[in-house]
Design a protein around this ligand. Sequence first.
Ligand code: FE2
Ligand code: FE2
Length: 234
Amino acid sequence: MTVTIERPAVHPGPPKLGPDELLRAQWETLATPRMSYSLLARMMFKPVDLLYGKQGSFTKFAMLEIIARVPYQAWERMGYWAVHRHRTRSALARRVFERIVEARADQDNEQFHLLIVEDLIDRQGLSRDWLLHRAAPWLIAFFYYHVSWVLFLVRPDWSYRLNAEFEDHAEHEYMSFVAQNPDLEHVPDPGTYAAEYGRYRSVADLLRQIGHDERVHKLDSLESMREPRVRANR
Ligand SMILES: [Fe+2]
Ligand SMILES: [Fe+2]
C-alpha cells in the first residue's frame, strides 16, 4: 500500500517591498515609539551598545544578526520535542510542526540578513577582531539561546515577547541608521544575494527591507503570544 504524506507548505517569509513601500515602512517605524523593553532585553542591548557603540553600524548589525537566529533555533528544538511528545495526536503534532516550519523560515531570513551585512562589511574593507566579532557574539548568543528555551518551557508567551522586543530594537536600528546615513541612497545594492533576497535600488533600500523583515518578525511574535501553547482545535 502507498502512503501519501502531505508536506507542509513552504513558509513564504516576510514580503519583499517596492521602493515607495520601503520608504513608507521606514517612515512608519521612525514615527512609532520603541516597545518598552524588559530587563532581560536590556541586559542584551546594553553590552551590545557598550561594545559596538550606541549608533548603528555594519559591524553592530552583524553582531545583532548572529544572535537574531537564536530564539528561532531554540523554538525549533522545543518544537521537535513537542512533536515527539504529541506524536500520537496527529492534529496537535501537525500544528506544532507548522510552527517549526515557521521558525525555520525565520532562521533562514535572519541568515540572509547576516550574509548581506557581512558582504557589505567585506566590500568596505572594515576590520573585525576576534574578541568583538567572534567571542562576544558567541557568548551573548549562548546566553540568549538558553534564556529562550527555558522561557519557552515555562512561559512561552515571555519567550515570544522577548523576541518581539529584540525584533523591535533591530527594526528601529536599521531604519534609524538609513535615516542618519543619506549617502547610502547613492550606493547601489551589490546584489550578492539577489537570487535569494531580491535586488534593491540602493543599499539604503536593502537595509529598509531588512528593517521591514524585523517588523514582520516582531508582529509574528506578538501574534504567537496570543496562543503561546499550540492547541489541536483552532
Ligand atoms: Fe535580522
Ligand atoms: Fe528578525
